[in-house]
Design a binder for this molecule. Structure first.
Ligand code: SF4
Length: 215
């Protein structure tokens, strides 16, 4: 999508605003490789956040474990080290692969730990998973907290989201009205054409009579 857009705008795309669906590790990597600043929130993993332990209590979340890149290990809330254990290859869209690394605390520590009832969800030792390139997500979370980034991202509501609102609210496009890619492409094209014509008309009116057309 970035490459297509760059071809259309002659390489002038520098910053891209998107929703969380476009903020995976691979998306961030692709944007970085193309020198495009991707502003999008990192989606939270809701299933991980809601995991319960055997006692039914909410499990101590992964965010309470500290990663040490130099030692390639995690430290748990009780202060024990979870060393690297193994790697698993994961398939991603488009035939791409991402490694997932597993870190595990020793069973001896976990079994005698006062936090065990809130930490272990099965098995006798806590395991933490980390994706290859996860540091990109961590950096993205920090970036999205910056005031200048928040201000820029807020523009999305005034630009892209307006088109979606217009499509749904004014043009009955809650769903497409025909089946098949050709019809969907045609309907999308007509919608974009209509919205662009309206915008051109508004800009022309504003240029002719700035005091009457302030929007
Ligand atoms: S149960 Fe294991 S991983 Fe969890 S806090 Fe205790 S020692 Fe650390």
């Amino acid at each position: 999508m970035i490459d297509k857009t760059q071809r259309i705008v002659g390489g002038r795309l520098k910053t891209m605003l998107a929703d969380g669906a476009y903020c995976s590790i691979l998306d961030l990597r692709d944007a970085e490789d193309r020198n495009v600043d991707l502003l999008a929130p990192v989606p939270e993993n809701s299933s991980t956040n809601k995991r319960k332990t055997a006692s039914g209590e909410p499990q101590i979340p992964r965010s309470k474990f500290t990663y040490d890149a130099t030692a390639n290990s995690y430290t748990c809330p009780a202060g024990h080290t979870l060393p690297y254990k193994e790697r698993q290859r994961n398939h991603r869209f488009g035939g791409r692969m991402l490694d997932q690394y597993r870190y595990q605390c020793s069973a001896a520590h976990c079994q005698s730990c006062p936090l065990a009832s809130r930490c272990l969800a099965g098995g006798n030792a806590r395991t933490i998973r980390r994706m290859e390139g996860e540091e990109l997500l961590e950096a993205q979370r920090i970036k999205m907290e910056r005031e200048d980034v928040k201000a820029c991202y807020a523009l999305r509501g005034q630009t892209v989201e307006r088109s979606f609102g217009d499509a749904k609210g004014n043009r009955r496009l809650e769903r497409f009205h025909g089946r098949g890619l050709t019809r969907v492409r045609t309907e999308t094209g007509l919608l974009v054409l209509a919205q662009n014509l309206q915008l051109v008309d508004r800009l022309q009116r504003t240029a002719t009579n700035p005091s009457k057309n302030k929007t």
